[in-house]
Design a protein around this ligand. Structure first.
Ligand code: G16
Length: 547
C-alpha cells in the first residue's frame, strides 16, 4: 500500500444544498468528482496538509446505487488523511439517524453520509454526500460554504492505492495505519430508541392485535424496522413491507408522502385497513403517519407529539422547547404556547436545529417535509417518529385519528398543503422569485385576488445561539387572519429548479375542519397565482405534486 497524491482540477457546482451535495449518479461517476469533494472536506477540517491523527470517522449511506463504490474511495482517502479509525456500517449502510447515533455514541469527530435521501436512485438516479459533525448533526452553513470554496481551488487529492476491502462482514481491517471497523448498522440506533420508548406497552399493543403497515419503500429503513418492530416489539411478520433495501428503490421514488407512498395510502383507505400506517424514505430520516382512513400532515404530527410528549418515558420530564422550519404550519406554535414552552422558527434544513438542540433550548423539532425528531440524535428520525406514535396509541388508548382530532379541537386545525412545481428551468424559477421579491415593499397593506395582505417579507434567520444570519429563506405573504402563502426554491433537487408553494389557513370551527384542504385553501391558491404568476413563469397549469 502506498499513499498517492494525484493531480486534479476543480468541478463547478460542488456547493452543498439544503442537505449536502446531491447530483446525478453520472455526475458523481466522473473521475475525481467524489475525490475532490472529500479532499476539500478533509482540507477544511484538518488544514491543507493536516492529518486526522487519533480521530474516528463514521461512514455509511442509504445503500443506493454507487454507494459501495463511493465507500471504497472514501476509506482510502480517510486512510491517506491519517484517521485512526473508521466505523463503517456493514455493506456500507447506515441510515441517516443511525449514522448520527453512531457518531455520538462512539465519540467520533464526524461522519460522512452517502445519501440523496428521498430522491430516486439507480444508475440514472441521484447520489449525494454530506458531512455530519461531532454532535451528530449536519454541517452548518459556514462549514459547507468553506468546503465549496476549497473545491474551487484544489490541485491534488491524496488517496491510498490499497485494494478494496471486504465491507459485508463485521470485524476490523487495516488500510495503511487506519483501522476500518465494520459495525452492525442497527445496534447503536436501536439502543438509543430503546431508552426513549415504552417497548413493553408497544409489545402489549401488538399482542392485543393492533395492526400496523410500515412501508420501508425498498430503502434503508427496512432492516431497522424489521429488527425493532417485528423482531423486538412482536408485530407479526409482514408488518414491514418493501423492507429489502434495493439500489434503485424498485424504480420508485422513496419519498413518504401521499403522492409517492400511494400504495400505503390505498391500504389505509381500504375497508379492511390496518389501524396505523407508516413509511420512511430513502435514508429513513423522514416519516409519514396514517390512521385508518386518515392522513396525518407532518405539521400536525409534530403538534401531537409535542402535546403528548410527557406520556413517553424519554420525554416524561417535559420539553425544553420545540422548533419548526418556517414553512411548517403553526400548529405546534399553538400547542407550545398553551404548554408555556418556547417555539422557534428556523429556515428549512435540519442543520438549523443543531445549535438549539446542542444548547438545550429545544427537545423536539419538525418540518412540513415529513421530518420529525428530537435531541436523541441530531437528525430527523423516521423510526423514532413511528415508535413515538405507537407509544402514544398504546398508552392513551386513542387511535391515530383521535389523537389528531384532539389537537384540532383544542387548538383549531391548521389546514395545510404544499404545491411543488418540479423541473422548472432554473432561470425561469429565479425570475419568478426575483419578481416576487421586487414586489415585497408594496405587498403589505394591499389587496390581491380579493385578499387583504397584512405583511410580506423574505424570511431571514438569526441563530439565537451563535448569532449567524441566514437570509433569503423564503418569501412569506401573510393575511390579516394569519393565513399565509410561502414561496421558496427547493435546495435538494438535481434537475432544474423546484418551486415550493406552502399554503396554510387556521380553522378554529370544528364544523368546518373536514372541508377538503384544497377547497379550504382555494382563496390562498388564487392569491399565490396572482402574486407569483406561476403559470406565466413556469408554463405549468398545475403543480407536479400536492401534499
Ligand atoms: C432535507 C432537509 C430538510 C428539508 C428537506 C427539503 O431533507 O434536511 O430539512 O426540509 O430537505 O428541502 P428542500 O425544500 O430544500 O427540498 P432530506 O430528507 O432530503 O435530507
Amino acid at each position: 500500500m502506498t499513499l498517492q497524491s494525484l493531480p486534479t482540477t476543480p468541478f463547478a457546482g460542488q456547493l452543498p444544498g439544503t442537505s449536502g451535495l446531491r447530483k446525478k449518479v453520472t455526475v458523481f461517476q466522473q473521475p475525481r468528482y467524489l475525490e475532490n469533494f472529500v479532499q476539500a472536506l478533509f482540507d477544511v477540517l484538518h488544514g491543507e496538509h493536516g492529518l486526522a491523527t487519533g480521530q474516528t470517522l463514521v461512514l455509511g449511506g442509504d445503500g443506493r446505487f454507487h454507494n459501495r463504490t463511493a465507500v471504497q474511495t472514501i476509506l482510502k482517502m480517510a486512510a491517506a488523511r491519517g484517521y485512526a479509525r473508521v466505523l463503517l456500517g456493514r455493506g456500507g449502510i447506515l441510515s441517516t439517524p443511525a449514522a448520527s447515533a453512531v457518531i455520538r455514541r462512539h465519540g467520533a469527530s464526524g461522519g460522512i453520509i452517502l445519501s440523496a435521501s428521498h430522491n430516486p436512485g439507480g444508475p440514472d438516479g441521484d447520489f449525494g454526500i454530506k458531512y455530519n459533525a461531532a454532535n451528530g448533526g449536519p454541517a452548518p452553513e459556514k462549514l459547507t460554504q468553506a468546503i465549496y470554496e476549497r473545491t474551487q481551488a484544489l490541485e491534488r487529492v491524496q488517496i491510498s492505492d490499497a485494494a478494496d476491502i471486504a465491507i459485508d462482514m463485521l470485524g476490523m481491517q487495516q488500510i495503511e495505519d487506519t483501522t476500518v471497523e465494520v459495525i452492525d448498522p442497527v445496534e447503536d440506533h436501536a439502543t438509543v430508541l430503546r431508552g426513549l420508548f415504552d417497548f413493553d406497552a408497544i409489545r402489549a399493543l401488538f399482542a392485543r392485535g393492533f395492526r400496523l403497515r410500515y412501508d420501508a419503500m425498498w430503502a434503508v429503513g427496512g432492516p431497522y424496522a424489521k429488527a425493532i418492530i417485528e423482531g423486538e416489539l412482536g408485530a407479526p411478520a409482514g408488518t414491514v413491507v418493501h423492507a429489502e433495501p434495493l439500489e434503485d428503490f424498485g424504480g420508485l421514488h422513496p419519498d413518504p408522502n401521499p403522492a409517492y407512498a400511494d400504495d400505503l395510502v390505498a391500504h389505509l383507505m381500504a375497508a379492511d385497513a390496518p389501524d396505523m400506517g407508516a413509511a420512511s424514505d430513502g435514508d429513513a430520516d423522514r416519516n409519514m403517519i396514517l390512521g385508518r382512513g386518515f392522513l396525518v400532515s407532518p405539521s400536525d404530527s409534530l403538534a401531537v407529539l409535542t402535546a403528548h410528549a410527557t406520556k413517553v418515558p424519554g420525554y416524561a420530564q417535559g420539553l425544553k422547547g420545540v422548533a419548526r422550519s418556517m414553512p411548517t404550519s403553526t400548529a405546534v406554535d399553538r400547542v407550545a404556547k398553551a404548554m408555556g414552552i418556547a417555539c422557534y422558527e428556523t429556515p428549512t434544513g435540519w442543520k438549523f436545529f443543531g445549535n438549539l438542540l446542542d444548547a438545550g433550548q429545544v427537545t423536539l423539532c419538525g418540518e412540513e417535509s415529513y421530518g420529525t425528531g428530537s435531541d436523541h440524535v441530531r437528525e430527523k428520525d423516521g423510526l423514532w417518529a413511528v415508535l413515538f406514535w405507537l407509544n402514544l396509541v398504546a398508552v392513551t388508548g386513542q387511535s391515530v385519528e383521535q389523537l389528531v382530532r384532539g389537537v384540532w379541537k383544542e387548538h383549531g386545525r391548521c389546514v395545510y398543503s404544499r404545491h411543488d412545481y418540479d423541473g422548472i428551468a432554473t432561470d425561469k424559477a429565479n425570475a419568478l422569485m426575483a419578481e416576487l421579491r421586487a414586489q415585497l415593499p408594496s405587498l403589505g397593506g394591499s389587496t390581491v385576488a380579493g385578499q387583504q395582505i397584512a405583511w410580506a417579507d423574505d424570511f431571514s434567520y438569526t441563530d439565537p445561539v451563535d448569532g449567524s444570519v441566514s437570509q433569503k429563506q423564503g418569501v412569506r405573504v401573510v393575511l390579516e387572519d394569519s393565513s399565509r402563502v410561502v414561496f421558496r426554491l427547493s435546495g435538494t433537487g438535481t434537475e432544474g429548479a423546484t418551486l415550493r408553494v406552502y399554503l396554510e389557513r387556521h380553522e378554529p370551527d370544528a364544523g368546518r375542519q373536514d372541508i377538503p384542504a384544497q377547497t379550504a385553501l382555494a382563496p390562498l391558491i388564487a392569491l399565490a397565482e396572482a402574486v407569483a404568476r406561476i403559470r406565466h413563469h413556469t408554463g405549468m397549469d398545475a403543480p407536479t405534486v400536492m401534499t
